[in-house]
Structures are given as structure tokens and as C-alpha cells.
Design a protein around this ligand. Sequence first.
Ligand SMILES: NC(=O)c1ccc[n+]([C@@H]2O[C@H](COP(=O)([O-])OP(=O)(O)OC[C@H]3O[C@@H](n4cnc5c(N)ncnc54)[C@H](OP(=O)(O)O)[C@@H]3O)[C@@H](O)[C@H]2O)c1
Length: 335
Amino acid sequence: MSNTNRQLILRSRPKGLLASGDLQLVETALPSLVDGQALARVKYLSMDPTMRVWMAERDSYLPAVKLGEVMRCFGLAEIVDSKTPEFKKGDKVVGLVGVQEYVVIDERDKNNFQKVPPVPFVSDTAFLGVLGITGLTAYFGMTDVAKPEKGETLVVSAAAGATGSIAGQIGKIHGCRVVGIAGSDEKCRWLTDDLGFEAAVNYKQPDWKEKLAAATPKGIDIDYENVGGDIMHAVLERMNLHGRVVLCGLISGYTKEDPALESFGMILVKRLRVQGFIILDYAPKFMEAAMQLGKWKMFGKIKDRETIVEGLAKTPEAINRLFTGGNIGKLIVKV
Ligand SMILES: NC(=O)c1ccc[n+]([C@@H]2O[C@H](COP(=O)([O-])OP(=O)(O)OC[C@H]3O[C@@H](n4cnc5c(N)ncnc54)[C@H](OP(=O)(O)O)[C@@H]3O)[C@@H](O)[C@H]2O)c1
């Protein structure tokens, strides 16, 4: 075993795609273990789009990686030395190992490193993919957020990627009509020919929006959104009433400074529940609600105020007041 550790540290924050030098290779001496620690040799690193988010200045759902720190990264490592009963030599673990050859794991962090069970015919790398974060993301996004029903149309963006390909197949298992959006004909063929998606649309072809429309003749019930931007826009336009959007990722914005996508990303990062609603849907309950409001008004629990504009002819001006702030409370024209 080597005495040195090779690590990639974040030297500068990328603008757009990573440039050479944003991550810098350094060699450091391996620290000697103290009681309660184990040393693991990193075998595989999981490449996740979120790494680019962590490189940005701004904190997201995790703090931004600081300049000079080892780049944060999920991966699989094997214990090679141990001074804790929590990990023994040969154990394989997955967790935030960092972009480096060796990681020291403290037993106090044991919950952040899951032991990989030896499963026959399952490769170690599956625990970074289908049985790891991306597979689990697809599983919970579909079963807990989308709640797919038989016969519904599901559209998945970045569909040939790690998360999207599993999300689409979970949709198939639930009896959905599944349409994938991906960036090459080869990817689209994999989705339809091997994974059984009903259709796949290559968004790099000029007519992709027409193809998306043709592939979703009954509209879209579930958008498993991995991309954002134009793709999300085209999918949202075709959503059916009471559809569900699983806001999983907005990868098209990760390498851009796009304030619109950044603010939309708050919904994702802060796990906000966004629910559109239209008052007309509540018509059968109008009377019940008005009685309640009336009681609150009578007992002084709510106050109301009106701005009354006199004269039918003043209507255009009154409408404009709504946009210039020329009303307090309810704006009414007295005819
Ligand atoms: N919410 C969560 O907890 C969570 C967890 C894991 C992942 N995610 C999100 O899930 C998404 C997929 O992540 P993944 O790890 O499974 O990666 P992935 O899909 O395996 O790889 C990323 C794929 O995104 C597509 N892509 C990249 N830039 C694009 C753009 N500008 N427009 C359209 N497509 C683009 C590329 O495929 P094409 O060839 O099709 O363009 C690329 O292969 C990401 O948004 C990620 O942030 C979220």
C-alpha cells in the first residue's frame, strides 16, 4: 500500500464546463490512523451532475465545496486498514469518498457510509447506479412523487441517463405509456428497442417538438424532469390537467448562469411543494366557504376594504389601477 494519497482539489470555480486546472491533482501523505478510524481505498467514483452544482460559489442542498478542498464525490471504497470494530478489512462501502485514492473514515461517520452486501451476480458498480443513488432517486421520484397510474403518459428527460432510464422503466412497470427524451438516435434506440419505451425523441433533431407531440397524443400526465429549460417548457405545454411534475434535476442550467433556472431550482433544492389551483374547481364548496368567511368578518377576525371607482366609463382606467397599484383591497367599479 502506498504512503501517499492522490487527490483532486477544487482550485477554481468553473465557468461553464470544467476547464483544466479547476480541479488540481495533488499528492499528500496518507495520515496514520488513530483509534476509531478506518482507511479505505477508493475503487469507483460516481460521476453525478450535482458535482458541478457543488463547485459553484453558492450553497445548494449541501454547502459549496470550498476552494482548496478535496472535490466532493460519491463512490465505492474498500477498507484496507482499520482501527475500529465498525469496519473490517475487505468491507466495501459507498458514501461521499471524495475524488481521491484513499479516504479516512471515522466511526462517528459510519452512517454516511453504507456497507455493500456481497450479492451474487451483482457488480460493485451497480451500487453506484441502479442500486445506488441514481436508481433510488428514480424509485422514490416515481413511486412517492409521481405515483403513476396504469395508462398514464410519462415523459422522462435525460432518459438514457442513469436516473432517467430507471425512472422510465419504473413507469413501464406501473403500466404507463413511456416517452423518453434523449440527445442521440443511438440513445433513443436503446430506450425503445431494449427498455421498451413506447417512443423516444432526440431533442437534437430540429423537429423534436413535433415528434414529442406525436408521441404524446393524449398529452402528458407525468413529467420526470431532469433537464429544465426548453425541454421542460415543451413538456409542460403538453401536460394534462392534474398532472404531476417530478422536479428531479435541471441539468441544462448547471453550467450556465441562468437566473430563471436558478430560482426555479429553489423548488428542487428546498423541496417546495408547488401546486397549481383554479378556484372554479371549488364551486361545490363556495357556500360553505362564504359562510365561514362571513362569520370571521362578523366577529372581526378578518377585515376587508374596498376601493370604489365611480362610472362605467372609468372601467379602463380602473383595470389599469390593478397594474399600477391604485387600489387597496377589492377594486370595484360603481356603474
Ligand atoms: N433530486 C435528486 O436527488 C437527484 C439525484 C440524482 C440525480 N438528480 C438529477 O437527475 C438528472 C440526471 O442525473 P444522472 O446522475 O442520472 O445523470 P445522467 O442522466 O446519467 O447524465 C446526464 C445526462 O443529461 C443529459 N444532458 C446534459 N445536459 C443537457 C442539456 N443541456 N439538455 C438536455 N439534456 C442534457 C445528457 O444526455 P443527452 O445525451 O440526452 O443530452 C447526459 O447524458 C440531473 O439533473 C441530476 O441533477 C437528482
